[in-house]
Design a protein around this ligand. Sequence first.
Ligand SMILES: NC(=O)c1ccc[n+]([C@@H]2O[C@H](COP(=O)([O-])OP(=O)(O)OC[C@H]3O[C@@H](n4cnc5c(N)ncnc54)[C@H](O)[C@@H]3O)[C@@H](O)[C@H]2O)c1
Length: 407
Amino acid sequence: MVAQDASRSASAYNEFLGNMRQTAGANLKLQQELVYSWARFWPNLVSTRQDWFGPLQELHQNWADALMGIAQNQLDLWDKQLDTTLDSISGFKPQQKDVVAVATKSNPSQANSISVSRRSDQTAVEVHSTQETGGAMNIAQKVAVVTGAASGIGAAVARDLAKRGAKAVLLVDLNDDVAQLAEEINDSEKRDVAEVHVGDASDPVFRAQVFDDAYARHGLITICVPAAGITRDALSVRVDKETGKAILYPLENFQKVIEINLIAPIYWAIEMVARIAEDRTRRGLKRWGPEEEIEGAIVFLGSVSSQGNKGQISYAVAKAGLEGAAATLMKEAIFHGVRCATIHPGFTDTPMAQALGEDFLKKNVLPYTQLRRLIRPEEIADAVCFMISNSAVSGELWADAGWHPPA
Ligand SMILES: NC(=O)c1ccc[n+]([C@@H]2O[C@H](COP(=O)([O-])OP(=O)(O)OC[C@H]3O[C@@H](n4cnc5c(N)ncnc54)[C@H](O)[C@@H]3O)[C@@H](O)[C@H]2O)c1
């Protein structure tokens, strides 16, 4: 009896949400049309009268503010209606009274979009005046997570994402030096964009907390660059000169490298896909289509070592494993509108490469690198941002400065 009541209540609740979405969709379509007609008119006007640009921009902003006000009032009204309806339904309370959402997707051929979303503790109304062509992913206003952000490539990616206008960049690292980086980014961007999350990237509880916290504060994470990585280099078989005994690469090192460099990045990526999938389901969306914006992007940090490198049995396996993960996610995650790719950096000037020692780098790395220098972390960050924002890019990018090691 209780189960029956609960299921009746659940279907009443779902029906109510469905009706809400339909009404909201119709109202917002009307408002969106107004924005589009203005956006179509705007470029012609500005190209003929440059001196009108400033006043027109101001007018456009005022108008966008007014639209947001209207949408906000409408959401307040729905909020009250939702509470009344929920009160009248007995025996069923949704676990998360979290979304009465309408997202009007930007139209590929036109130049503006409005999105309105209501989450458990906030209502967000956004009018995007930038052109977002179908299938592209604009970093501006997106929420990004970067693991291994305290150092090297992760830090450079975090800086670059903030510079390109990300709404929030979550800096994840074991090392609490990450707080200094957040301060530096926020100072240089003159806004609170970087957020610190100190913890172990391979810990599933910590990972879920980062996603929950980000959702409550900023909305869905839609960019994921899981860059945290370690090395435990040694030959797979080494013969002890004194005893003549062969020593195998330590199993616990192998397991650790796989856990941090392979399993953890995959789980950060699929946690993001899972949350995007749930959000789409709540919004009544099914298979992603090309008329929509891209929902999310993942870039894994592979390595030139994925092709094999002496002394790096565990690291090479982990990095090659990421290729398989990316190739699979590329096929699976696009169902939910998420792209996935892998960058394979060559030797990059970070603490990880510096740990090899100056002599080793001079003797074994620089002679086999066409650029005859280490790659700068900013160069890898630039390539990662390019991979995120250019949706035509898929698969793998070799950013190796012309690495051609001897056999
Ligand atoms: N530097 C290179 O030459 C190079 C080349 C190819 C690929 N990569 C890859 O790029 C990524 C970044 O490397 P980097 O050179 O910037 O290294 P780095 O050592 O400078 O930075 C790695 C960061 O990851 C963090 N980290 C390690 N384990 C962690 C864990 N369990 N949880 C949270 N944070 C953790 C570290 O604290 C550190 O801040 C790695 O995946 C690495 O394998 C580096």
